[in-house]
Design a protein around this ligand. Structure first.
Ligand code: PGA
Length: 240
């Protein structure tokens, strides 16, 4: 089993100064021989923090990749307020697309998600498509192993720090069904109330390739602990 990827989703949190503070603490914790250099954990930060974070990560050679939480459905051009995929060059490797909060609050349809996936791939970004059911994954994307699909039922998303994750067995069952209907090399992640106590079970029992962590990623200590738990699930010696 591959070492699972842990992806933080900060949502609309952290000024640049706060993001830098988070990174300083992460740098203290993410040291030592056993900390993963590959796959590098990911943080999807607000657009406003990406530049400062990218500079610090490069300067200090920290084991962390960056992702964006969204991108424009249009290319570069006269689209006031939009951030085209190409503008993320050098700032992000991954991008979340179609998060349920965007679908619900910003009216993002699967058609728009499809356009965003196309733009992300054009810009060389790895799209992580967030979906509660397979219908929410654009048809073309289902056959493209360059994308990642994150299963996240809206009811599993934490509320005000209250965790209510889907059970690993339920995740396994849903994904077994999805796997039959997508490219055989498709990677699946799970998101929704991932925290330090449920990480091992989710990795071991639902056999996902990665976890997306919202609320619990706001604390660098919890985030690093989740990364260590995820690695220990596939290689118990890392926590020795
Ligand atoms: P949560 O958020 O971990 O706080 O439930 C996950 C997400 O919405 O991506």
């Amino acid at each position: 089993m591959e070492i699972p990827l842990v992806v933080g989703n900060w949502k609309s949190h952290f000024t640049v100064a706060e993001a830098t503070g988070w990174l300083n603490r992460y740098a203290e914790l993410a040291t030592g021989r056993s900390f993963p250099k590959f796959p590098k954990p990911v943080v999807c930060a607000p657009f406003t923090g990406l530049f400062a974070l990218a500079q610090l990560i490069n300067e200090r050679r920290l084991p962390l990749n960056l992702g964006a939480q969204d991108l424009s459905a249009f290319g570069e051009g006269s689209y006031t307020g939009e951030v085209a995929g190409r503008l993320l060059t050098g700032l992000a490797k991954y991008v979340l697309v179609g998060h349920s909060e965007r679908r619900r609050l910003c009216g993002e349809s699967t058609l728009i998600v499809a356009a965003k996936v196309t733009e992300a791939l054009k810009a060389g970004l790895i799209p992580i498509i967030c979906a509660a059911n397979l219908k929410e994954v654009p048809v073309e994307a289902r056959n493209n192993p360059k994308v990642i699909i994150m299963f996240e039922p809206e009811t599993a998303i934490s509320q005000a720090g209250h965790y209510r994750a889907e059970s690993p067995q339920a995740v396994k069952k849903v994904l077994a069904n999805w796997r039959k209907r997508v490219h055989p090399k498709m990677k699946f992640f799970y998101g929704g109330s991932v925290n330090e106590t449920n990480t091992r079970g989710l990795i071991l029992q639902s056999r996902v390739a990665g976890l997306v962590v919202g609320h619990a990623s706001l604390s660098p200590d919890s985030f690093v602990s989740i990364i260590n738990q995820a690695r220990a699930a596939v290689n118990p010696h890392v926590l020795d």
